[in-house]
Design a protein around this ligand. Structure first.
Ligand SMILES: *[C@@H]1O[C@H](CO)[C@@H](O)[C@H](O)[C@H]1NC(C)=O
Ligand SMILES: *[C@@H]1O[C@H](CO)[C@@H](O)[C@H](O)[C@H]1NC(C)=O
Ligand SMILES: *[C@@H]1O[C@H](CO)[C@@H](O)[C@H](O)[C@H]1NC(C)=O
Ligand SMILES: *[C@@H]1O[C@H](CO)[C@@H](O)[C@H](O)[C@H]1NC(C)=O
Ligand SMILES: *[C@@H]1O[C@H](CO)[C@@H](O)[C@H](O)[C@H]1NC(C)=O
Ligand SMILES: *[C@@H]1O[C@H](CO)[C@@H](O)[C@H](O)[C@H]1NC(C)=O
Ligand SMILES: *[C@@H]1O[C@H](CO)[C@@H](O)[C@H](O)[C@H]1NC(C)=O
Ligand SMILES: *[C@@H]1O[C@H](CO)[C@@H](O)[C@H](O)[C@H]1NC(C)=O
Ligand SMILES: *[C@@H]1O[C@H](CO)[C@@H](O)[C@H](O)[C@H]1NC(C)=O
Ligand SMILES: *[C@@H]1O[C@H](CO)[C@@H](O)[C@H](O)[C@H]1NC(C)=O
Ligand SMILES: *[C@@H]1O[C@H](CO)[C@@H](O)[C@H](O)[C@H]1NC(C)=O
Ligand SMILES: *[C@@H]1O[C@H](CO)[C@@H](O)[C@H](O)[C@H]1NC(C)=O
Length: 592
């Protein structure tokens, strides 16, 4: 018996060595995330926030194109958890996307390992928990994918890489916010804007109370840094700026942009940008870093402003004076939209692969499917306040969509999402878009609400080809940018305006299309696009992972022993070996 397990161990070690040799080109990177509540006082009042490994915000995931990433999540919250990798395309594997329509949740006290390859992607993304409004309490962090060394980036290597997470923030936790929404109330004005989980620097003693811990970013004079900014907030569009410094825009959610200077840039909920910032000032003082609410009554929202400090190592004093001004465009609603239109793709730069980004000539591909999605103000359905998209308020399936397909569970959802908004009364439904594999879809996001929204599609980068005020018509196509529209995963739709995107449906799976505004998302403003390859092949989608969780109609398939914390398996060697083998198999399947 002992001999046999020794042989088995040797055999496994050999397999591992062999595999690690053949996998040498695409290294395996792993992270352990323990998700729990901690007490923090970002706005001066103690509250429970969601931390990762005791940190709020969570650590940066920093990997290189084509790395195989494993993230073992230990759920120490008192509720279910799913972690989402926003903007990470999860090629061929919506099994790893961390949203309720595709994955069963990780129950409290359980752990689960996400495993995916960051295939052919570079850029700035972030992760966050998707259930129960949890993002409003934290659990987020930056997700950086670097270029492979052999593929040059379209600028000089920066002196350093800095992550800045900005977002509106409530002193109430996600449970309390959820209760408000369940009771049919609005969330109301946020209590502040956090920068890297910290409250504002006391730039004004009337507006900012004493004793708030603020973020300080230390830099060396004369050097250029890449600053990655993510709006991880609940629902507020933020204007980002650094006093006296130009922001040279370089990348947005995985696309290198045409490099242009901005004194400030509007960053909508869920969006990410990289700026190159040269520390070219004289360091007579520190400088303010500001994230302030956009499209709101400024005199009422003054308190809701994030302020951090840019500190040169040779700085001679504290930041002083008023904050740098936000765009003064109260009477010019096209200013922000024109800025958005000015963000363009650098067609000659290489992205993750050596060929230029623009070699995918999206402008010459024929559209196969058109969907006009309409966002309207909240409605009441069956006595409940709900958010809709095209008249449908999404109800999450009890059995996740792709899992239902795999195990032939009937009636989990309907592939009947309408191409144009419903004209009848709004309804609640598990209604999903029937995507055409290898189709080229045009989606119009018509925002008929009075609030800004941003929309995110999982699994893909979409081409942002147009936006304008008023109602979209077929004639609007004449204004599309068919050459250097930016490719990204999260796009804004201005109130009373439309945004048009194009997407090449080449990634098999079921992918979430949602508003990033947490309140509307929670109230049902989302759907999924289901893309299946009609051809019977296992090449276009990875098999269901060995550790897949089961729920809903399939909950009887869930084996309790599949889920165990480290404590219960250490000291049990054969189980450990088994786990190792499982990991190896999962790895092999990534390359299958
Ligand atoms: C959230 O806040 C409520 C009310 O303040 C409190 O009772 C509850 O314990 C908090 N929940 C968490 C998970 O922090
Ligand atoms: C749970 O975590 C342990 C290590 O802490 C790991 O070995 C095991 O694979 C994890 N279980 C799952 C289902 O991911
Ligand atoms: C676009 O990318 C090219 C190739 O890397 C680079 O040389 C050029 O400076 C970039 N152009 C702009 C305007 O950013
Ligand atoms: C990622 O890691 C590299 C070294 O491997 C480092 O140079 C870079 O600054 C890191 N980026 C971030 C955002 O942490
Ligand atoms: C601080 O803010 C208050 C309220 O907006 C304003 O009246 C006051 O002038 C500000 N103080 C300074 C020193 O700017
Ligand atoms: C951007 O501004 C910096 C000064 O902050 C300047 O050196 C640089 O040439 C500008 N770049 C472009 C592309 O305008
Ligand atoms: C440094 O720059 C500030 C702002 O541009 C200017 O007011 C100040 O006179 C400069 N100080 C020195 C020592 O050059
Ligand atoms: C903004 O709020 C202030 C203070 O509540 C109010 O006096 C003012 O009329 C508001 N401005 C607009 C344009 O609504
Ligand atoms: C697109 O459609 C037009 C007209 O229907 C057709 O002539 C053309 O060949 C198509 N282009 C491609 C790339 O399929
Ligand atoms: C979904 O679309 C495919 C074509 O892409 C079609 O064959 C199929 O019948 C459609 N399914 C439903 C339920 O409409
Ligand atoms: C919403 O749509 C209605 C009907 O088309 C239109 O009258 C109204 O101006 C729109 N409002 C916004 C904010 O788009
Ligand atoms: C995929 O299909 C091929 C041919 O049908 C088969 O040989 C192979 O084992 C399958 N691979 C996986 C990972 O299921």
């Amino acid at each position: 018996m002992a001999l046999r397990s020794k042989f088995l161990a040797l055999f496994l070690i050999h397999i591992c060595l062999l595999l690690s040799l053949c996998l040498a080109a695409d290294p395996f990177v792993s992270y352990d995330f323990e998700v729990s509540y901690i007490t923090a006082s970002p706005l001066g009042v103690p509250q429970q926030v969601i931390a990762i490994n005791g940190k709020f915000p969570g650590p940066t995931i920093n990997v290189t194109t084509n790395n195989n990433v494993a993230i073992n999540i230990k759920n120490k919250l008192d509720e279910n958890l799913l972690m989402h990798w926003s903007g990470i395309q999860q090629r061929r594997s919506s099994w790893q996307d961390g949203v309720l329509g595709t994955n069963c949740p990780i129950p409290p006290k359980w752990n689960w390992t996400y495993q995916f390859q960051v295939k052919d992607q570079i850029g700035s993304f972030f992760y966050f928990p998707t259930l129960h409004m949890q993002r409003a309490s934290g659990g987020f962090g930056s997700f950086v994918i670097n270029n492979r060394a052999i593929i040059p980036i379209p600028f000089d290597t920066p002196h350093g890489d800095i992550v800045i997470l900005i977002g509106d923030w409530y002193k109430r936790n996600h449970t309390a916010l959820r209760k408000a929404l369940d009771a049919g109330k609005d969330l109301g004005m946020p209590d502040g804007v956090l920068i890297n989980g910290k409250g504002p620097y006391q730039y004004n003693t009337t507006l900012v109370p004493d004793g708030i811990d603020y973020e300080t970013i230390e830099v060396q004079p004369g050097k250029t840094y890449r600053i990655r900014v993510h709006n991880v907030g609940t629902s507020t569009s933020l204007n980002f700026r650094i006093q006296n410094h130009n922001l040279l825009l370089a990348e947005s959610e995985g696309s290198y942009t045409v490099q242009q200077n901005y004194t400030s840039l509007d960053i909508h909920v869920g969006q990410s940008y990289s700026f190159l910032v040269t520390m070219d000032q004289n360091a007579s003082t520190d400088y303010y870093i500001v994230a302030s609410a956009r499209f709101v009554n400024e005199s009422q929202w003054k308190r809701v402003t994030g302020v951090a400090i840019l500190h040169y190592t040779n700085s001679k004093g504290k930041a002083k004076g008023p904050l740098p001004e936000a765009p003064n465009d109260e009477f010019d609603k096209t200013f922000s939209m024109n800025q958005a239109r000015s963000i363009r793709w650098n067609v000659s730069a290489s992205g993750a692969r050596p060929n230029p980004q623009g070699s995918f000539r999206y402008g010459s591909i024929n559209v196969t499917d058109v969907y006009v999605l309409k966002n309207k103000p909240l409605v009441t359905i069956n006595g409940k306040r709900r958010a809709t998209l095209s008249g449908i308020s999404f109800v999450n399936p009890t059995t996740p969509i792709r899992l239902a397909d795999q195990f032939k569970v009937k009636g989990a959802y309907k592939l009947d999402f309408p191409e144009t908004p419903l004209t009848g009364p709004p309804k609640m439904a598990t209604s999903v878009i029937n995507g055409t594999y290898r189709g080229f879809m045009e989606v119009i996001l018509q925002n008929n609400d009075t609030k800004m929204h941003s929309y995110h599609l999982s699994g893909y980068a979409v081409f942002v080809v147009g936006m304008d005020y008023g109602e979209w018509t077929e004639n609007s196509r004449g204004t599309y940018n068919k050459w250097d529209g930016i490719a990204r995963s999260t796009v804004q739709a201005y109130p009373g305006a439309w945004t048009a995107i194009l997407v090449s449906l080449d990634n098999v799976g079921v992918w979430n299309l949602r508003t990033e505004n947490l309140d509307s998302w929670y109230l049902g403003q989302e759907t999924y696009i289901r893309i299946v390859n009609p051809e019977e092949t296992n090449k276009t989608e990875l098999p269901i992972p060995d550790n897949a969780l089961f729920c809903g109609e399939l909950s009887k398939l869930q084996k309790p022993e599949d889920i165990s914390f480290a404590a219960s398996i250490t000291g049990n060697r054969s189980k450990l070996l088994f786990m190792l083998l499982m990991a190896v198999c999962a790895l092999m399947s990534v390359f299958g």
